[in-house]
Design a protein around this ligand. Structure first.
Ligand code: AGP
Length: 611
């Protein structure tokens, strides 16, 4: 969480940094700040609690200018959101300014030691200790100082550091938190993520842990902790800068929902046409494994949970487990070199998923990641990596990246099933061939488009739901997995309490919460379980609930208690890709009608880089 950016170059750093922060605001948005090295030979520091618009307003009152600066947008971990706790932090002697993303686990010990030496702390943050420690060690060489500081910090950090004695030098270093270096014709950048620099350059370096970067206006040099120079090659980012803009939509989330047919097409083609993803899938010999463990957080976990049904049904694999990465990492799971651990992550930087990956590797398992961000930690460290072609996803609530994860998982399951000899040569008796299944997957983008044609009716239905205090989601089998995602989406952006249940589970407790006019969203794509789910719907209707049925509407007669949003006919295994679009639009319009800040929901940040 938290977004950092730094610039050293020929142009005024202030507007460049503020604009970059706007592209990083999805990472944290409770306060923000900026420090520039000004003509006076000091740092001008402006920090403000609240959204970036508040910082912008402060900057209008206190115009700052300089050719080097650092900025930060915060998601508080230590100390409440306030002007003082905002970054950048500057040491007591006003010599060194620091922005930090991560958590310093030994900050209390370091702080106590510095306080004994007379250092005065002014904030409640863990991050201030970095600036104070840097000033304590500083002996005229800022690069060496940063090396010493980095060696004493425990925890995770991505740092941007400036020193008043070295007005043309910006230093960056990281451990377990992302940091990229962008190079452009007018200057060089550090940033937490690519969209922050995309307007200026598509050439970026991805920093590895404990690499120190020294940026000047026309050079960038990399060193290891022993101060030996490192050779690194830049990567060219293919993302279109316009993809990181709202493009006329009121929110990124709506834009990203609407982009899904294209994202599905691009991701499917990345795995079926001759390119990197197809090659990676071919290289994995599934016959060597006797267990698949899928692990991830939040929506990525829900994608994995849906995929479990697909892997089991198609591959008939002895064991397919799905587990939250935050649990897996501490479970001492039984894994070995016959276990394939699949890690799913949009950002590729989620702390728990990174830890789960390292745990899996140390247990001897083979790791395969499904990631959206090239150069991210999970993409780099996993044994195999498949990239979702979702492009930059800015809204905190994931939509298009989730859909891209699902289709890659389907394709993986089909390819694995074929390799395991579980698919017949010819279809029949309810079985599907590899070609038949892939055709079903390739048909999904057109079907997704047809769902988007129903947007007006979904909006109308959702607009009438803003008053609900609690909304339940039910489904069975793979529809239960997607009910979980529908419920998560709704609660994170609309702040309406919501829970998802396997339909058959309601009567084991939750049905006691059903009362007059409770809304239950029922997802039904599993044909053989449709009757069962409709019985669950009847049970809640007879206790006063209203039901919205999404999916199989054959033979269902809507009335004042039962509304229906039908989906295009599709193979039930891949139907989550269609029902989820309705669920995303439903949540979006409920939140929009409540006038909420949809792209930046309260208390959340997109990239959860702390535990
Ligand atoms: C979903 O809308 C969430 N914002 C969240 O659950 C997210 O999916 C989770 O934090 C995992 O993120 P990742 O995909 O970047 O690892």
């Amino acid at each position: 969480m938290c977004g950092i950016i730094g610039y050293v170059g020929k142009e005024n750093a202030v507007p460049i940094i503020v604009e970059g922060l706007k592209k990083l605001e999805y990472r944290g948005y409770d306060s923000a700040g900026i420090a520039v090295y000004s003509e006076s030979g000091f740092f001008d520091v402006v920090k403000q609690k609240g959204r970036l618009t508040a910082l912008d307003a402060r900057l209008a009152d206190f115009p700052a200018k300089g050719f080097m600066g650092i900025g930060h947008t915060r998601w508080a971990t230590h100390g409440e959101p306030s002007d003082i706790n905002s970054h950048p932090h500057v040491g007591n002697q006003n010599k060194i300014a620091v922005v930090h993303n991560g958590i310093i686990e030994n900050y209390k010990q370091l702080k106590e030691r510095l306080e004994k030496k007379g250092v005065k702390f002014i904030s409640e943050t863990d991050s201030e200790v970095i600036a104070q420690l840097a000033e304590y060690y500083y002996d005229g060489n800022i690069m060496e100082t940063v090396g010493k500081v980095a060696n004493r910090l425990e925890g995770s950090f991505a740092l941007g550091i400036m020193c008043v004695d070295d007005p043309g030098t910006l230093i960056a270093v990281k451990k377990d938190n992302p940091l990229i270096i962008g190079v452009s014709g007018h200057g060089n950048f550090i940033a937490s993520d690519v969209p922050a620099v995309l307007k200026h350059t598509n050439k970026v370096y991805y920093l590895d842990d404990k690499e120190i970067t020294v940026l000047k206006k026309d050079t960038v040099q990399f060193f290891n902790m022993d101060k030996e120079p490192l050779m690194k090659s830049p990567e060219t980012i293919t993302w279109n800068p316009l993809n990181a803009e709202k493009g006329g939509y009121p929110h990124f989330m709506l834009k990203e929902i609407i982009e899904q047919p294209k994202v599905l097409r691009d991701t499917i083609s990345s795995a079926l046409s001759d390119n990197e993803n197809k090659t990676v899938i071919r290289r994995i010999d599934i016959t060597k494994f006797n267990k698949i463990v899928i692990t991830a957080c939040g929506s990525a976990y829900n994608a994995g949970f849906a995929a479990k049904y697909v892997f089991e049904r198609l591959c008939r694999f002895p064991a397919v487990e799905v587990e939250l990465a935050s649990e897996f990492r501490y479970r001492d799971a039984v894994i070995d070199d016959k276990t394939l651990v699949i890690l799913i992550s949009q950002s590729g930087e989620t702390a728990d998923t990174i830890a789960a990956m390292r745990e899996a590797k140390s247990g001897g398992a083979v790791t395969l990641s499904i990631v959206n961000v090239v150069g991210s930690t999970i993409a780099k460290e996993a044994d195999f990596c498949l990239f979702t072609a979702a492009g930059p996803e800015i809204a905190v609530a994931t939509t298009k990246a989730f859909s891209a994860q699902l289709v890659l998982l389907y394709i993986l399951a089909v390819r694995f099933a074929d390799r395991l000899g579980k698919l017949p040569e010819t279809a029949g008796g309810g079985t599907e061939t590899e070609d038949g299944l892939l055709k079903e997957i390739e048909a999904l983008p057109d079907k997704a488009e047809s769902i988007l044609e129903q947007i007006d009716s979904i909006q109308k239905y959702a607009s009438a739901c803003v008053g609900y205090k609690s909304i339940f989601f039910i489904g069975r089998n793979i529809d239960y997995a997607i009910a979980l995602e529908g419920s998560l989406k709704l609660k994170e952006i609309s702040y309406i309490h919501s829970e998802a249940y396997a339909g058959g589970e309601l009567k084991h407790g939750t049905i006691s919460l059903i009362e007059e006019n409770t809304l239950v969203v029922a997802i039904s794509n599993c044909k053989r379980l449709h009757g069962k789910l409709m019985s669950n719907a009847e049970q809640v209707i007879s206790r006063g609930a209203k039901v919205l049925l999404i999916g199989n509407s054959a033979g269902v007669k809507p009335d004042d208690k039962l509304s229906v949003i039908g989906l295009p006919e599709s193979c039930e295994l891949f139907s989550p890709s269609l029902s989820v679009i309705v669920l995303q639009l439903f949540s979006y319009y409920v939140a929009a009608n409540k006038g909420l800040d949809i792209d930046k929901p309260r208390n959340l940040a997109k990239s959860v880089t702390v535990e």
